[in-house]
Every structure is written in structure tokens, then in C-alpha cells.
Design a protein around this ligand. Structure first.
Ligand SMILES: C[S@@+](CC[C@H](N)C(=O)[O-])C[C@H]1O[C@@H](n2cnc3c(N)ncnc32)[C@H](O)[C@@H]1O
Ligand code: SF4
Length: 376
């Protein structure tokens, strides 16, 4: 197993745009949840899942609602049951509205060496629209505290195409984010996810999201500005300084094995053509399964050669590295052109072939969902 994903399905309150699996936290849930994760880890190690892990990712929900002591306990069990490589990347998602200097120092001491901070925007008006817990000052303070306690690998989430956002406001945001010199940025255009309050408001006309042109222009603006100052646009939504790409997420896009624990978490086993499983997003069912020593995961999909080829292309074309014909030949016995002649033709001029390798241009990434369809 290359990676471990730990899902923390709690948030202080739900942001109105977000459809990640999380529920409102209570003290009792936060106290008891780590012991469930530990049961799951022990269950997985006794069912032939093996380590050591090269990357660990605490995602959510809001991992920073758990106290550092719980994170230290979980990592200790991971170390005992699976092993953690000496240079492992251990990422932790934190909501700026839930951290203090003391808690950040505790996470660092527990072994977290990469922090992903949900800053989103530095504009108080937009932070309020997004229903965030923090204002601009608290967001910037959280970043400074993280640096103060020794985090030297920080990623910031930056959202764009917010309701009524102007280009000038977004440019100010970019400026404020870059002043912090984070090692990594994840830049997401706001989408109105089905079943969220934002989706209902957009449907009813109560809220308007910026149009496609604003979205496209802002996506390309981010690409241009961040590239100019040394960030590599290494995946549709992700930018990193040299050597700071998220190793855990690269593992997903390269179809490496990972184990996911916690309700809502997915796992992938790369053996044969690959298989996926998931823990259903249901905390009560998760607890019931683990307390009764039953399997908490459900098997989702076993890949054959053709579905593995399609997924390999889908994931690889999201990344700057793309996919080489020699890798495809070696794994699947064909080149991209041989496997998908019509899709390759339809993807011009966004699909580029250079030195034996296929990649999409940033403008191609902008319309990824449309371009990738003929490959699926
Ligand atoms: C699990 S959260 C990050 C950690 C923490 N829960 C927080 O919000 O600070 C993952 C990120 O996905 C992005 N996100 C969530 N819903 C989104 C949406 N509907 N549109 C665009 N980005 C979204 C936000 O940038 C968010 O920080
Ligand atoms: S964006 Fe983060 S804090 Fe907000 S609901 Fe989603 S996971 Fe929770």
C-alpha cells in the first residue's frame, strides 16, 4: 500500500456550497471517533492490508476539529500496524477557523509535516457569502501561526468564480495569497453541487454564479500568474513550487494503491487491473460494523484491461505529466492513437504529443469534462 487516507467526517457547521461527506460535530462524536479509526486500522492490518505508507492524508470534513493527541494516537497505531516510511508525506486539512497556535504546534509534534489550509479567499464579503468560520484576519493569522510552529510545507485552498466576484477582487485575492508564499495552491472554481443550499439558491434565481466566460478567464489568469512566479500547474486544480507537488494526490492520479479509512473514504488496490472499494458515508453503520468486527468497506468495482486503460487515461490526462505511449504499450499493449483514434482526433488542438508523451494544454483542462468523454 502506497498511501493512507483518513476521513474525518465532521464540521463545525456545513458550508452552503460543500457536498463532501461531513456532519455537524459534537464533543461526544469527536471523542469516540478516533477509537473507531483505530479499530478500522487494526481490522485492515489483520485482513492482509500491508504498509508501510509513503503518504498519509487526513481529509474531511474538518480534521482540525480533532485534538492533536488523537492524531498522535492514530499515527502511532498506523506506525505499529503498517509502518510509515521515514520520509513519508503526512498531510492534514485544517479549517483556519478551528486552529490555534497551540493546536498547530500539537499537530506538528504529532508528526504532521504538510498542512492544507482552507483559506478560500481573503475578502471578508466573500468569506461571509461562503459561510466560512473565519474572516480575513483570522485566515492570515492561521497561516502565520502555522509557519511560526514550523510548518514548511503549506498548501492553500483558493476558490474563484464566487457569487458577484469581480476580476479586480480576484486579483487582490491572488496577490494576498502569493504574499504568503505557500509551497502549494489548490485553486477551485466554485460549483453549485446538487443538494447543497447554493444549488437550491442558484436554481431559484436567488443567487447567480459568474458566467462561463468569467470562470474561463479566471482559470487562465490563475494559470498565467502562478506560472510567472514559479508555480508548476501540475494538475487541473493544483500548483506547486519545485518538489512540492502533493505526493499523496499524485499517487491517486497514477493509480497507486491506497487504503481509505473512515465513512466516505475510498480505497484502491492496484493488483491485477485494479479494484476499488469504499466505506459507505454512514457513521452509524461504520460504528456498527467495527464494533462487531465486520468488514466496514463495500466493493465497488473490479477493473478489466479495458476499464483500467480508460481510467489510466482519465487520471493521467488531468496531470502535467500526462501519459507516454511507452507506458501504455508496456501496460496495455497499445498506443493512445491505436486505442482511441477518434477521441485523439476530436481532442486536437488541446491534446499535445511531445517526445512520446500525451498531455492536455491548460485550455484543454478548462474543458476537461467534455474532452475526456470520448475516452471513457
Ligand atoms: C475538505 S475541504 C478543506 C478542509 C476544511 N474542511 C475547510 O473547508 O477548510 C476541501 C476544499 O474543497 C473546496 N470545495 C469544497 N466544495 C467546493 C465547491 N462546491 N466548489 C469549489 N470548491 C469546493 C474548498 O476549497 C475546500 O477547502
Ligand atoms: S468546505 Fe470544509 S468546513 Fe466547509 S463543509 Fe466542506 S468540509 Fe466542512
Amino acid at each position: 500500500m502506497a498511501g493512507l487516507y483518513v476521513h474525518i467526517p465532521f464540521c463545525h457547521r456545513k458550508c452552503p456550497y460543500c457536498d463532501f461527506f461531513s456532519i455537524a460535530s459534537t464533543d461526544l462524536l469527536l471523542e469516540t471517533y478516533p477509537s473507531l479509526l483505530i479499530k478500522h486500522l487494526n481490522w485492515a492490518s489483520s485482513h492482509k492490508q500491508s504498509g508501510p505508507f509513503e503518504t498519509i492524508y487526513f481529509g474531511g470534513g474538518t480534521p482540525s476539529l480533532l485534538p492533536p493527541e488523537s492524531i498522535a494516537d492514530i499515527l502511532q497505531v498506523v506506525q505499529q500496524a503498517f509502518g510509515i516510511t521515514h520520509n513519508a508525506e503526512i498531510t492534514f486539512e485544517a479549517n483556519p477557523g478551528t486552529v490555534s497556535e497551540q493546536s498547530l504546534a500539537g499537530y506538528r509534534q504529532a508528526g504532521i509535516n504538510r498542512l492544507s489550509l482552507g483559506l478560500q479567499t481573503c475578502n471578508d464579503k466573500h468569506l461571509a457569502t461562503l459561510g466560512r468560520l473565519h474572516n480575513q484576519k483570522e485566515g492570515l493569522d492561521a497561516f502565520s501561526r502555522a509557519r511560526d510552529v514550523g510548518f514548511d510545507n503549506i498548501s492553500l485552498d483558493l476558490m474563484f468564480a464566487l457569487p458577484a466576484q469581480t476580476t479586480a477582487e480576484f486579483e487582490e485575492d491572488l496577490h494576498s495569497f502569493l504574499e504568503l508564499s505557500p509551497e502549494h495552491l489548490s485553486c477551485y472554481g466554485l460549483t453549485a453541487e446538487p443538494e447543497t443550499p447554493f444549488h437550491r439558491k442558484v436554481k431559484s434565481g436567488e443567487m447567480t454564479l459568474p458566467d462561463e466566460d468569467f470562470y474561463a478567464d479566471t482559470f487562465m489568469l490563475v494559470h498565467k500568474r502562478l506560472s510567472e512566479v514559479g508555480y508548476e500547474h501540475y494538475e487541473i486544480a493544483n500548483y506547486a513550487l519545485k518538489g512540492r507537488a502533493c505526493r499523496h494526490n499524485l499517487g491517486y492520479w497514477q493509480r497507486q494503491s491506497f487504503l481509505g479509512i473512515g465513512p466516505g473514504a475510498h480505497s484502491f488496490c492496484a493488483r491485477h487491473w485494479g479494484s476499488r472499494s469504499a466505506v459507505p458515508p454512514d457513521l452509524a453503520a461504520y460504528q456498527h460494523a467495527l464494533v462487531n468486527a465486520k468488514e466496514p468497506t463495500q466493493h465497488l468495482e473490479v477493473f478489466d484491461q479495458e476499464s483500467a486503460l480508460r481510467e489510466t487515461i482519465y487520471l493521467a490526462l488531468r496531470t502535467r505529466n500526462g501519459i507516454s505511449d511507452s507506458e501504455l504499450q508496456q501496460r496495455f499493449g497499445c498506443t493512445l492513437q491505436e486505442a482511441f483514434p477518434k477521441a485523439v482526433e476530436a481532442s486536437a488542438p488541446w491534446l499535445i504529443y511531445n517526445n512520446g508523451r500525451w498531455t492536455l494544454t491548460p485550455a484543454g483542462w478548462l474543458i476537461f469534462d467534455r474532452l475526456i468523454l470520448p475516452f471513457l
